[in-house]
Design a protein around this ligand. Structure first.
Ligand SMILES: Cc1cc2nc3c(=O)[nH]c(=O)nc-3n(C[C@H](O)[C@H](O)[C@H](O)COP(=O)(O)OP(=O)(O)OC[C@H]3O[C@@H](n4cnc5c(N)ncnc54)[C@H](O)[C@@H]3O)c2cc1C
Length: 415
């Protein structure tokens, strides 16, 4: 990255306003940079659609730091560079006989970016990706390295911290034994009545709709290979006879193997393959997490505005996430369902529809994904996260001068 003012996020909807773009090649160089900077933030792989990574000061990529991936087989943990992309690490874990509990839909994103925004995959029993973290090492505002471990009083506020607590250098992640999955796609699930049963049917489940009718065009099932093979017809839907992409017109080669072929967790949990563009590649995204028990009512409410949603929608995905105790997590203290929208890449056309969706989902206590497009006002956001004031206190204590703050943090977590 140079000093060009036209560096954007992956989607191109955010032009970063940073004064400089830096790529330190060692942790001491990063520490020196942080110590000497007035305003600084880390950029992961830039896959967020919100201005969460932006800063007017120095924007730092960790891509040139030496890569660390140290597996401790006895503790069943890996300590890994925060800037590493999941796809750069998961193959090595599998080869060593280990797995992470879950992954997002794409392996392209950095571990730090994912764990700073509440990124999640699916599965009633699977927490957001940050719930696998047992320790985080970061460079604080004074340039010093410090480590926060699970069990420390501040731990639950030190993950999903929106990049505002410092520049994370490594995470230690819990591992479990490697496992195999197989992926099936079903087509034509009518209505909403069976959604909870469907979400509970496998290790990880995603339902996709274009909001053109009541129901789901596709259901993706990622099941343990030890579970019985599901039937050809299920709840009125039919198993697809070939590979599918959930975005119409995109080649299914971009997706991880389907049709029930058994494969390792890291080649089935993401929808998309590292070597291809994920999703449609030309898009905006929004996502809201609500208490899982409200999902069917929320879907019925959204169905009433489907004529508003459909014209600017590429696809909508429903997933589930287990509750956690992380203070700013989207699934904080509630078993959740996620309603995700992949919109067309047209901010002016999409924003009014985002507002309409938010009005419909507001009574359900829907929390917006920190890394995606949303317009909910700060007061309403405060009401959704009971521990948000504790995070504000944490930021004041560790970053009194606001070195790691940006406009988005100032808006939602004022100093
Ligand atoms: C095609 C596509 C598919 C997606 N699928 C999913 C999905 O399945 N589930 C889901 O929940 N989300 C999904 N997302 C959203 C995505 O996971 C989040 O936006 C995530 O933050 C992206 O990670 P990143 O590395 O690009 O982070 P960036 O966007 O670069 O940064 C995000 C935040 O992390 C902070 N950060 C980055 N590195 C560090 C560091 N070292 N220390 C401190 N803070 C840091 C940044 O400052 C910023 O605040 C998807 C996005 C895209 C484009």
């Amino acid at each position: 990255m140079g000093t060009s003012a036209s560096v954007t996020n992956w989607a191109g909807n955010i032009v970063f306003g940073a004064g400089s773009f830096r790529r330190p090649d060692s942790v001491p160089a990063l520490q020196e940079l942080v110590a000497g900077s007035d305003r600084i933030r880390a950029l992961g792989t830039g896959h967020s659609f919100s201005p969460i990574a932006d800063t007017t000061g120095d924007l730092v990529s960790l891509a040139d730091l030496p890569k660390i991936a140290h597996i401790d087989p006895d503790a069943a943990t890996v300590t890994v560079s925060a800037g590493a992309r999941y796809g750069e690490v998961t193959g090595m874990l599998t080869a060593a006989g280990f797995a992470l509990p879950n992954l997002g839909s794409l392996p392209h994103i950095s571990i730090a970016g994912a764990c700073s925004t509440g990124t999640h995959g699916s599965g009633n029993g699977n927490g957001a990706l940050a719930t696998a973290v047992s320790a985080v090492e970061l460079v604080g505002a004074d340039g010093e390295l410090r480590t926060v471990r699970r069990g420390d009083a501040e731990f639950a506020g030190s993950l999903v911290a929106l990049g505002a607590l410092g520049i994370v250098t490594t995470f230690t992640l819990d591992l479990r034994p490697a496992f195999d999955l197989r992926q099936w796609v079903y087509e034509g699930l009518r209505g909403f009545d069976d959604v909870e049963e469907v979400l509970a049917a496998a290790y990880s489940v995603s339902l996709f709709t274009y909001w053109e009718g009541e129901g789901f065009e596709q259901v993706w099932i990622k099941q343990r290979d030890t579970d019985p093979e599901p039937p050809l017809r299920w709840l009125g839907s039919t198993r697809a006879d070939g590979p599918r992409h959930m975005v119409r017109g995109v080649d299914p080669r971009h997706c991880t193997p389907q049709l029930g072929v058994v494969g390792p967790w890291n080649e089935r949990l993401p929808h998309f393959r590292l070597e291809f563009t994920p999703s449609s590649g030309e898009e905006l995204q929004s996502e809201y997490l609500l208490p899982r028990g409200s999902l069917v009512d929320a879907l019925r409410a959204l169905d009433r505005i489907r004529d508003t949603i459909a014209p600017v929608l590429q696809v909508c995905e429903i997933r589930s996430i287990a509750a956690d105790d992380l203070w700013l997590s989207l699934a904080h203290e509630r078993d959740s369902a996620a309603v995700h929208f992949t919109w067309v890449a047209d901010t002016a056309a999409v924003l009014p529809v985002v507002a309409a969706v938010e009005a419909v989902l507001e009574p359900f206590g829907a929390r917006p994904h920190w890394g995606k497009v949303f317009g909910i006002e700060p007061d309403a956001v405060r009401a959704l996260w009971p521990r948000l004031p504790d995070v504000e206190r944490l930021l004041r204590r560790h970053d009194p001068a606001g070195k790691f703050r940006n406009a988005m943090v100032d808006r939602y977590l004022p100093a």
